[in-house]
Design a protein around this ligand. Structure first.
Ligand code: TRP
Ligand code: ZN
Length: 501
């Protein structure tokens, strides 16, 4: 320990410290990131959120968003300050009712210093009042808030929340949501879960949505615009709410012919994955210029482009499969992305077989044979692809191939038991690729380290012997492209399609 002369200023500071608890020495700032190596500043340390209450007002003409976020959390360490991830302009922050100091720092950190430090393990209520024009804000040089001719949409991965609500922005901290949005009469606001109420007053209509099951921040969505909203109930009893922008033009019919299959697909997937995990299902198609779809919880986001070549039920299967694989069971770290994309793609393979457009085996053969050994495709490890390759084709296609290889290894009975048991094992929680391997070993009774190593973690094409073990047609042999292939590929995300962020 350093000895030094105590200056008067230090004495004054020391006496100020007397105002806080005796153990104050242990109080420290929460980390600016939750500890995900792919995205060091995403999420934050020191607390866990249980609920977000977002009361918003949005003016489509000017893109002005105003809001009050009330966040219920619990501290996980003694905190002198903590961060939220957020980009809009903040006018006031209260912590447990008292005004708190705050400042913006780094790319998207809102640093909050409460009047009184927060002891570990205590409940905290944070109120953030804010406003701003989301389309004018960026972090790391990008903006994922999508303006439409009559409104805007928040739906992107892995970052979307910064533009509309302050959060602990990482899938490992899931929470329930009440999202209430006032918009000018004649405009609708869509979000996750069930519509609890609508009320109109002095030219503004307020839409109040509730998500009563834990939800990751990137799966929270908001869409404002002029929509046609349809409601129904699936044969299996799941309420379905879909919404279509009124200006989809030539894509309108194909969009509806795909997304109106939601109830049927939810029931079909339930046979493989178990009961649908949320209190409602559905999707929405706003008039955005992006090219992708996103598995926003219980209310899937679809780009009109997904339907530019006609209906695409395969993409609906992909996004609804994520409701179990990704939303109900969310990843622990972004490197676990295979648990999302591999399984959502495999669901498309099952659907292809169901539709008579190519069996899972034919699709696996095609992936294996159509990428020669020197194709960089095989350098991507789906089990830990790296941040820049997180949504590479290999995560989807090699990822689904790995699942077919697992099926061959454990046999159909164990395989389908794993597929259905996994969402139950980790319902509303988080899990890793290593957790999945352990679970598959438990259910099948087989050691699977070598199989996972080969198909998920080897940076080169698995050898012919591994291919034979997975009953794959050998490389170099011409394998016809399954009929379903192009529609399956259309569900791939990322920004490789050139879609604007
Ligand atoms: N997860 C999305 C899907 O599988 C795809 C996706 C990847 C994506 N990266 C994205 C969507 C970025 C939107 C933005 O459907
Ligand atoms: Zn996906």
């Amino acid at each position: 320990m350093h000895r030094r002369i105590i200056a008067p200023g230090v004495l004054a500071a020391a006496s100020l410290l007397l105002a806080i608890p005796a153990s104050a020495a242990s109080y420290s700032p929460g980390a600016p990131g939750i500890g995900d190596p792919y995205y060091p500043y995403y999420g934050n340390g020191g607390y866990d959120v249980s609920h977000y209450d977002l009361r918003l007002r949005y003016q489509p003409k000017t893109d002005e968003l105003q809001g009050t976020a009330t966040i219920l959390a619990k501290t996980t360490q003694d905190l002198s300050s903590f961060d939220l991830d957020f980009l809009l302009d903040v006018s006031e922050v209260r912590v447990n009712g008292a005004k708190a100091a705050f400042t913006h720092s780094q790319q998207h950190e809102l640093v909050i210093t409460p009047k009184t430090p927060l002891a570990k393990g205590t409940p905290v209520t944070v109120v953030v009042r804010y406003s701003g024009v989301p389309s004018t804000k960026s972090a790391y040089g990008f903006n994922t808030w999508h303006r439409t001719p009559d409104g805007a949409v928040a739906a992107d991965e892995p970052e979307a929340a910064w533009w509309w609500f302050p959060s602990n922005d990482h899938p490992s901290d899931k929470a329930t949501y009440d999202v209430s949005v006032a918009v000018p009469d004649g405009t609708q606001a869509i979000s996750n879960g069930t519509l609890q109420s609508t009320a109109s007053q002095r030219g503004w209509t307020r839409y109040s949505w509730r998500q009563n099951k834990p939800q990751a921040t990137y799966l929270s969505t908001l869409a404002i615009g002029k929509f046609d909203i349809t409601t129904s109930t699936s044969e299996g009893g799941v309420p379905v709410v879909n919404a279509y922008s009124k200006d989809l033009g030539d894509n309108d019919g194909a969009a509806r012919a795909s997304v109106e299959r939601t109830g049927e697909i939810v029931d079909w997937l339930s046979d493989y994955f178990g009961p649908y995990p949320f209190s409602s299902a559905g999707g929405y198609v706003p008039n955005t210029t992006t090219g992708y779809a996103l598995e926003t919880q219980s209310r899937v986001y679809y780009s009109p482009k997904q339907f530019a070549k006609g209906s695409n039920v395969s993409v609906v299967v992909h996004e609804l499969a994520h409701q179990w694989y990704g939303d109900d069971v969310s990843l622990k770290k972004w490197k676990d992305i295979w648990l999302n994309e591999g399984f959502a793609t495999y669901a498309q393979w099952l659907w292809s077989e169901h539709e008579g457009e190519g069996t899972t085996q034919e699709l696996a053969d095609y992936v294996y044979a159509s990428h020669p050994a020197d194709d960089p495709f095989w350098t991507v490890e789906p089990g830990d692809p790296g941040a820049d390759k997180q949504f590479d084709d290999a995560v989807y296609d090699r990822g689904a191939l790995a699942i077919q290889a697992l099926r061959k290894e454990v046999g159909d009975d164990a395989f389908f038991a794993i597929l259905k048991g996994w969402p139950k094992e980790h319902a509303y929680g988080n899990a890793s690729v290593a957790d999945f391997q352990r679970y598959a070993e438990k259910v099948s009774g087989k050691p699977l380290a070598a199989l996972f190593g080969t198909w998920l973690f080897q940076p080169s094409k698995p050898a012919a012997s591994a291919g034979r073990a997975a009953s794959l047609v050998k490389a170099g042999t011409a394998v016809a492209q399954p009929k379903s292939w192009k529609k399956i590929e259309a569900a791939h995300g990322g920004h490789s399609d050139g879609a604007a962020r």
